[in-house]
Design a protein around this ligand. Structure first.
Ligand code: ATP
Ligand code: MG
Length: 291
């Protein structure tokens, strides 16, 4: 465990002990809260973080794409990541999803899952969904079939052919269709959708897996203004139910969705705060906004 987590834990224990003395804990003063049994597959967010990176570095041919990067995200948070081209934003997502192994550092999902011990496919199974910039929906299938397919396990082709949704899965599919504003397009071929609708469908396919953390790399690139506004509404509706990390260059989009904005530059955090705060930061203006 990192010193940071240890300190937070000890502060929590002190606070809990004070409350316990006064009989004010949920357990009426007993120490039950410390005996939590870890549930397999459950992400432990009792320390208030769903994602935690500390001192992470990765080099490509001697070039430090990520340089002593530390960052954490709270459960249900929508975190925006901005920064100049080549800052390391996509590489950061590659590290979280297991596509790239860092040379150094710590990457935790909740407080107990060390992501560096898992492969890319396993990390997706743990509940981390990733949306790349280019939509990758199945153009020859309907919207409905695309969402249905997102539930199937590709390992077993025969099982996938005879796969039938159970009622909970059907309910989930209808709910996701509504969330991504494609209820009226359920029977349309995905290939006939607009660029923005394809992007929403792909987000819907991720949502079918009920991810705890969603990583979205330049989700509104190529969208019309109206599609961008709709996407902002969609992300705000996902906040709280999921944790989101959104990388974007579109500042008006960032403005409409952001709470905390992290500015990456040369593989490290240059600044962090509200959009107003980071936009007023001289260093941020120099390396990014003032271009
Ligand atoms: N697999 C790789 N092999 C070699 N170099 C890489 C690799 N991945 C990333 N890089 C380099 O690392 C740096 C960071 O790239 P990254 O794609 O993370 O930037 P970014 O912040 O996403 O930029 P953009 O805003 O243009 O998408 C770049 O200089 C890039 O060329
Ligand atoms: Mg990128």
């Amino acid at each position: 465990m990192t010193p940071d987590l240890l300190q937070e834990g000890s502060q929590r224990m002190e606070a809990h002990a004070r409350l316990a003395q006064q009989g004010q804990t949920e357990s009426g003063g007993r120490q039950a809260g410390f005996g939590r049994v870890a549930q397999p597959g459950e992400v432990d967010v009792t320390h208030g973080r769903i994602l935690y990176l500390e001192d992470v570095s990765v080099s490509f041919d001697g070039f430090k794409a990520i340089n002593q990067l530390s960052l954490d995200i709270a459960p249900g948070e929508l975190r925006c990541i901005i920064g100049p081209n080549g800052a390391g934003k996509t590489t950061l997502m590659d590290i979280i999803t297991g596509k790239t192994r860092p040379d150094h550092g710590t990457v935790f999902f909740g407080s107990t899952i060390d992501l560096l011990r898992y492969r890319e496919a396993e990390i997706a199974q743990l509940g981390i969904g990733r949306k790349f910039q280019k939509p990758t929906v199945f153009e020859q299938l309907t919207v409905f079939e695309n969402l249905e397919l997102a539930l199937k396990t590709p390992r077993d082709v025969v099982a996938a052919m005879f796969f039938k949704l159970d009622s909970a899965q059907s309910d989930r599919l209808l709910e996701v269709l509504g969330t991504i504003h494609l209820t009226d397009c359920a029977s349309r071929m995905a290939g006939n959708l607009s660029h923005g609708q394809k992007q929403w469908l792909e987000i819907g396919m991720l949502l079918m897996q009920s991810p705890k953390l969603l990583l979205l790399d330049e989700p509104v690139a190529g969208m019309t203004d109206e599609e961008t506004e709709r996407t902002a509404e969609l992300f705000l509706s996902l906040k709280g139910k999921h944790s989101l990390m959104v990388v974007e260059h579109d500042m008006s989009f960032i403005q409409s969705i952001s709470d905390i904005v992290t500015v990456l530059c040369e593989g490290s955090v240059l600044a962090q705060g509200t959009l107003d705060q980071v936009q007023a930061d001289e260093r941020v203006i120099e390396v990014y906004l003032g271009r």
